[in-house]
Ligand binder design. Structure first.
Ligand code: DX5
Ligand code: ZN
Length: 215
């Protein structure tokens, strides 16, 4: 499967966000991962649709919007209008079939995610018609945490299930604590979309690091 790298702008310099996403595109990233946090679903507040709108003119890469918010249904339209290409909503925060219908109506890609403490089976119903599925490999809310190794088992289960239902080619994304060292195991376990915040933005050689993250 094609491995896609989705750097998280959470680790970027917000004072020059436009330049940062342009730099990601020049360095070979496949997606721009936007971590939206509302101070309720997760303790911190990051940014919302206005930021996504501001970034839109600076890159042609798909904007992969990860909504760590309560009541995501009240924000979908704003993110669509802002230029989101993929919208990911949490199983813990909403009714996935309803949200998928809503996102689909706008012609935007839809994805569902589970937190580390949520059973991976909770994602199975979404596998039928999702454009992507995401597994959190750290507790959502902060960049720079350590990868939770139990995620590998969940990944294997999820990839096997997708294959079983004839959706073996579905994009499966992993988010949190990914490094050039652990990425091989993550890909071997079944992920093909790799989120990386600190690993990409702390690197002296961004392009080289993105290439290494392809395993
Ligand atoms: C955590 C976010 C992640 C995070 C990843 O809530 O969803 O996308 O920014 O950051 P690193 O790669 O630094 O763990
Ligand atoms: Zn994320």
């Amino acid at each position: 499967m094609k491995i896609k790298i989705a750097p998280s702008i959470l680790a970027s310099d917000f004072s020059k966000a436009g330049e940062e996403v342009a730099r990601l595109e020049k360095s070979g990233a496949d997606l721009v991962h936007c971590d939206v946090m509302d101070g309720n679903f997760v303790p911190p507040i990051t940014f919302g649709a206005q930021m996504v709108k501001a970034l839109r003119p600076h890159t042609k890469l798909p904007l992969d919007c990860h909504l760590m918010v309560l009541h995501p249904e009240t924000h979908i339209e704003d993110f669509v209008r802002a230029g989101a290409d993929i919208i990911t909503v949490h199983v813990e925060a909403c009714d996935i079939p309803k949200l998928f219908q809503q996102i689909e109506r706008y012609g935007v890609k839809k994805s569902a995610v589970v937190n580390p403490e949520t059973d991976v089976e909770k994602l199975f119903p979404a596998a039928e018609n999702a454009d992507m599925l995401l597994l959190m490999s750290v507790h959502p809310g902060w960049g720079g945490q350590k990868f939770i190794p139990e995620t590998l088992k969940k990944l294997e289960k999820l990839r096997n299930y997708c294959e079983k239902i004839g959706r073996g080619g579905l994009d499966i994304e992993v988010d949190g604590g990914v490094t050039a060292e652990n990425v091989k195991d993550i890909i071997a376990a079944g992920a093909n979309v790799i989120v990386a915040g600190s690993t990409v933005f702390r690197a002296a050689d961004m392009a080289g690091t993105i290439e290494r993250l392809r395993g």
